[in-house]
Structures are given as structure tokens and as C-alpha cells.
Design a protein around this ligand. Structure first.
Ligand code: FAQ
Length: 348
């Protein structure tokens, strides 16, 4: 049974809902039929529209996981801000990490339009009750990892997220448009960094190859389990939340990345990687799904460190949240009451 009432109000920056395709019918069955028609017509479901509980739950799950990924995703590259090799590289990296914070914020706002509470989502992240992308549980051991994250991790994120610009839930689809533009910029800066390193010394070239060797397989895991083991794909495709399956997008990423690796002059660590003329795609080797399961269940190399860092940042920010809430109370309290509260003239 779906909720009918509008969830939490949208933030001032959230896009306004597009008009519903047809006037909303009154009965429960009519509401469901209207929802199905909206999906079939490729129109958008907006925050105040009726939606099945399962759809709302799926959207909150995916958007929250995505938001958490952006926020936790600041840590691996943030690790290199103080050690970037030049002022220019430091400024680029700072801007990229700030963009990721921004993406997290748009996405938390999108989740709020579904009635989710931001504080509750953060609590679920820092207590391990909500997931974030497996990729951010790997360490950044050298500066070239920054370039490889831009090239492969942002590349995989773009491949996965461009189709999400057509996702059926309006606020998510619209957030994705800006996010994808920024991710494309991130991907190019990563590739440019690697191109520069590959024009350098043999030691610099070896650093790039080492980073590629460590990040290639985890990047393929970002697309999620194989279709046969993906419990959410069928329903999410039917609701047009997802537009392609995990395996389709993984294949698209491999096909797109192999020529880029050739142009860069690095090899991808997969002896089975080869062009298949019959399929018109690259074949690639088996992914270690045991490793994937271990990482998403908290057993990856950096899971404990990533969550502990997020928890301590959240706790250290408590005074900022309290100050912001006090300021909001002050500015929303009507003027005469403020005079009464201070026993005289207002102090500000
Ligand atoms: N890591 O049934 P499915 C970025 C979970 S943003 C962890 O296939 P679904 C930007 C899945 O949640 C990267 N968990 O699930 C950046 C489900 O668990 P649950 C994040 C994963 O939702 C770049 C279970 O496994 N992007 O990189 C993963 O249909 C550089 C079964 O899976 C998004 O979130 C995984 N890799 O498909 C930032 C994009 N894969 O909840 C900084 C939006 C699956 O049932 C630096 N999300 N799981 O317990 C999606 O497109 C989808 O949610 C998928 C998963 C494709 C990730």
C-alpha cells in the first residue's frame, strides 16, 4: 500500500515537480494505475505523486547508497591533498573532492523528497546499516591512484549514471544531470594526470601501471553483482529506475576503456581480455565475486577506517549543527516574541 501524503518539503534548491501527465484519480486502484501509466509514458514520478511503498523504499535505498558513496568517496583522494606534487595539482584535487561533497548533498536532498530523514541516513551509514560503493574500501597507496580513480572510477560512475539521468524519479534524474557533467570533468582530469605521468620517467610509468593493476578489478565490481545474482535489477528495470542491467553497463565500460588504456600505453591486468568479433564486444576474465561480497559486508581493506573517519567527522561537527539550528530558530522566530524572549530590545 503506498503513501498518499506528500513527504518532507523540498529544499529551496530542489527542482519543482513537473506537471503530472493526467489528473490524479481518487481510489487506491486508480492511484496505482496512474503510477503505472506515468512509468509507461516515460514521464517522471514527482515527490508529491502517489507511489507504491516498494518504489519509495527502492529509491531511498539507491539514492542513500549513492549519496553515502560520494561522501565516503572523498576520503581516498582526500588522502593526497596535502601531498599533491604541485600547487596546480593540489587545487585540482581540492576542487574535485569538493564536487563530491556537493554530489552527496544533492543526493541527500533527493532522498529527503521521499520522506527520508538526513540525520537518520547518516546514522545508518556510520553504524554500518546502509551500504556505500565497494570501490571506496581500497587504499590509495600512491599519487597515481588519484589519476586512476579519475579515469577508471569516475569513468565507471559515468557509465552507470548517464542512463540514470532518465531514471523515473524526477529529483534523482535531475540531480544526475549535473553530477554527470562534473564526473566527466573528473574523468578527464584523471586521464590527463596519467598522460602526464606516462610522458615521465620509467619509474613514473611503473607507478601508473601499478595503480591500474590494483584498481581495474575493483572498478568492474562497482557495477554490482552479475545479473543472475542481482535481486533488485528486475524490479528496478520494470520501474525504469535502472535503464540497463549491471552486466550490460559493465560490458559497456570495458568496451569504452580498453582503447583508452591502449592510448595511454598501459596494460589491463586480465590475460583473457580480447576482442570478440562475433559478439562485437571485448571478452574479459572472471571477476572475484567472493572478494566483492567480503568488501560489501565490511571486510574490505579500508571499511573500518572509512566508517570510523566518517563517524569522527560527524561527531566533531555536532557543534556546527547545533549552532545552525540555533541560528535557524532565531531567524524564524517572529520579531515580537524575540523581544519578549530577551526582555527588551532585540540583540540583532
Ligand atoms: N558496492 O541487486 P543489486 C561514484 C549492493 S558514485 C556496494 O544489483 P541494485 C562517484 C546493492 O546495493 C558510486 N554495494 O542492487 C565518485 C544491493 O544491496 P541491498 C556509487 C553494492 O541497487 C567517483 C546488493 O548489492 N554509485 O563513484 C554494489 O539494483 C570518484 C545487490 O545488488 C551509485 O550508487 C557496490 N558496487 O544495483 C565519488 C550509482 N553493487 O541494498 C568519488 C547508483 C551492488 O539490497 C570519487 N546505484 N551493491 O542490501 C546503482 O546504479 C545501483 O544501486 C547499483 C546496484 C548498480 C550500484
Amino acid at each position: 500500500m503506498g503513501q498518499r501524503t506528500a513527504p518532507a518539503p523540498q529544499s529551496a534548491h530542489a527542482p519543482q515537480p513537473a506537471p503530472a501527465p493526467q489528473a490524479e484519480p481518487a481510489s487506491e486502484a486508480g492511484l496505482e494505475e496512474h503510477f503505472e501509466r506515468t512509468i509507461a509514458a516515460e514521464a517522471r514520478v514527482e515527490p508529491r505523486d502517489w507511489m507504491p511503498d516498494g518504489y519509495r523504499k527502492t529509491m531511498i535505498r539507491q539514492i542513500a547508497q549513492h549519496a553515502h558513496s560520494e561522501i565516503i568517496g572523498m576520503q581516498p583522494e582526500g588522502n593526497w591533498i596535502t601531498r599533491a606534487p604541485s600547487l596546480r595539482r593540489k587545487a585540482i584535487l581540492l576542487a574535485k573532492v569538493q564536487d563530491e561533497a556537493g554530489h552527496g548533498l544533492y543526493l541527500y536532498s533527493a532522498a529527503e523528497t521521499l520522506g527520508a530523514d538526513r540525520a537518520d541516513l547518516t546514522e545508518k551509514l556510520i553504524t554500518g546499516r546502509q551500504k556505500y560503493s565497494s570501490i571506496f574500501n581500497y587504499p590509495t597507496l600512491s599519487y597515481t591512484d588519484v589519476g586512476v580513480i579519475g579515469w577508471l572510477v569516475d569513468g565507471a560512475a559515468i557509465c552507470n549514471q548517464v542512463p540514470l539521468c532518465r531514471s523515473s524519479y524526477g529529483p534523482y534524474a535531475r540531480a544526475m544531470i549535473r553530477i554527470c557533467k562534473e564526473e566527466s570533468f573528473h574523468q578527464r582530469q584523471g586521464y590527463e594526470l596519467l598522460m602526464t605521468m606516462m610522458r615521465g620517467t620509467a619509474a613514473q610509468q611503473a607507478m601508473v601501471q601499478d595503480s591500474v593493476d590494483r584498481w581495474w578489478w575493483p572498478s568492474l565490481m562497482m557495477f554490482g553483482p552479475p545479473d543472475a545474482d542481482s535481486p533488485n535489477t528486475a524490479q528496478s528495470m520494470a520501474w525504469k529506475v535502472k535503464r540497463h542491467t549491471n552486466d550490460e553497463l559493465r560490458q559497456r565500460f570495458v568496451d569504452m576503456t580498453v582503447p583508452q588504456a591502449d592510448a595511454l600505453g598501459v596494460s589491463l591486468p586480465d590475460p583473457e581480455l580480447r576482442w570478440n568479433t562475433g559478439r562485437g564486444h571485448y571478452d574479459f576474465g572472471a571477476i572475484d565475486w567472493d572478494e566483492f561480497k567480503r568488501v560489501i559486508s565490511g571486510g574490505g581493506p579500508c571499511n573500518a577506517q572509512r566508517v570510523a573517519r566518517r563517524r569522527s567527522a560527524h561527531e566533531a561537527g555536532a557543534w556546527v549543527r547545533e549552532a545552525a539550528a540555533a541560528h535557524a530558530r532565531k531567524t524564524t522566530t517572529p520579531y515580537p516574541e524575540r523581544i519578549g524572549a530577551t526582555g527588551g530590545a532585540p540583540r540583532d
